[in-house]
Design a protein around this ligand. Structure first.
Ligand code: MG
Length: 385
């Protein structure tokens, strides 16, 4: 029996790599549904190659470009802002890969959990914004949330067969990004091209900038807190420029388990698609002798204030993590559009956080309202620069 898969966000970096993995195991996986937020050309090729039963396209322009090809392949076409949620509600599948970037994936992911579908989660916002709601619902419905993010996938693998009460702390590794050895002044003046030149991972522009500010690690700390049900104070970040150890778990007896592998997102993707099995892969194996040495050091929270802001948001909880995330999205976009400097990203986030009145145990509506308000404020502060 093939595992039936729906991919939310199939044209992004994780989406295309997921399809790349799937195409190598035609007898194991079947693509039921795909969705895009507006990448017509790539999407047309995906429909051609995988002939999914259904596709969801939120914007009308892309939908018009896709319609004829979908008809040709007898693929149902859903359009409009709720297309992804409708696809999840109306089509059967065994696994939903949540790989949209930004907030669009939250509603369809919640719908998938309500329907008892396991989730391979690549979208950080889902847990950062609504971690309590998402994990609460997943527990209630007996749904497994399988993390694609390489660090959480590593922790997930180290945790297999272990008890959470035996964990002393988790150590999330961090490559350090392009500015690991830059001074504060150099970082302040960094250009968009500097910040996009990530030394280890090839990723989309938003997450690459987040890797330069270390906000990506901050968001991962919040993600880990929800995924594994651990206090923020038991989640540490450790700089590991070689990106070979993808994260570690330290147990109460002092044992530390680490997961290692080549720096290739297709590995955690394959791990999630195949779970609870493992499938043989043709990926280049890890050659530790060639790597030679693995180094570790502590992160510098003064040069990378985003890390501390994320911890603070997670500790205070409620709507604050959603606010942090929203302010960060606007600040990163403003930097990419060359409206603010690199150093301003963290300052915009700080100001938005300081102006927010945190609501404890928020509803989804309150989370969305706080998110919108934070975006407005961040735009305002970015414009004032
Ligand atoms: Mg990661």
């Amino acid at each position: 029996m093939k595992k039936r898969i729906i991919i939310l966000g199939s044209t992004g970096s994780i989406g295309t790599q997921t399809l790349d993995v799937i195409s190598q195991y035609p007898d194991r996986f079947a693509v039921v549904g795909l969705s895009t937020l507006g990448q017509g050309e790539i999407f047309l090729r995906q429909i051609e190659t995988f002939s999914p039963a259904v596709v969801a396209v939120s914007d009308e322009e892309t939908a018009a470009a896709v319609r004829a090809r979908a008809d040709l392949h007898r693929t149902a076409l859903l359009t409009g802002p709720d297309a992804m949620t409708q696809m999840i509600a109306e089509w059967e599948c065994d696994l939903v890969v949540a790989a949209t970037s930004g907030s669009a994936g939250l509603c369809p992911t919640l719908e998938a959990i309500r329907r008892g579908r396991n989730i391979a989660l690549a979208n950080k916002e889902t847990l950062v914004k609504a971690g309590q709601l998402v994990m609460g619902l997943a527990r209630e419905r007996g749904v497994h949330i399988l993390p694609i993010d390489s660090e959480h996938n590593a922790i997930f693998q180290c945790m297999a067969g272990q008890r959470i009460e035996d964990v002393r702390r988790i150590l999330i590794t961090c490559s350090g990004g392009p500015f690991l050895n830059h001074t504060r002044e150099q970082m302040e003046r960094a250009t968009v091209a500097d910040a996009l030149a990530h030394p280890r991972w090839r990723m989309g522009p938003k997450i690459t900038i987040d890797s330069a500010t270390l906000m990506n690690k901050g968001l991962e700390v919040i993600e880990g807190h929800h995924l594994f049900g651990l206090d923020i104070d038991r989640i540490d970040v450790i700089i590991h420029p070689e990106s070979i150890v993808h994260s570690m778990v330290e147990f109460v007896d002092g044992s530390v388990l680490a997961q290692m592998g080549p720096t290739d997102m297709r590995l955690p993707i394959l791990n999630c698609l195949a779970w609870p099995e493992r499938l043989a892969s043709t990926m280049e194996p890890l050659d530790l002798c060639e790597v030679g040495r693995l180094t570790f050091r502590e992160p510098d929270e003064e040069r990378f204030p985003a890390l501390g802001y994320a911890r603070e948001a997670a500790r205070r909880g409620g709507t604050l993590p959603a606010v942090l995330n929203a302010a960060n999205e606007v600040a990163v976009r403003s930097f990419l559009d060359e409206r603010i400097s690199f150093g301003e990203i963290a300052r915009v986030i700080r100001r938005v956080m300081d102006s927010h009145q945190t609501i404890a145990n928020p509803t989804l509506e309150q989370i969305e309202q706080s998110d919108q308000e934070a975006r407005r404020r961040a735009e305002e502060y970015a414009l004032a620069r």
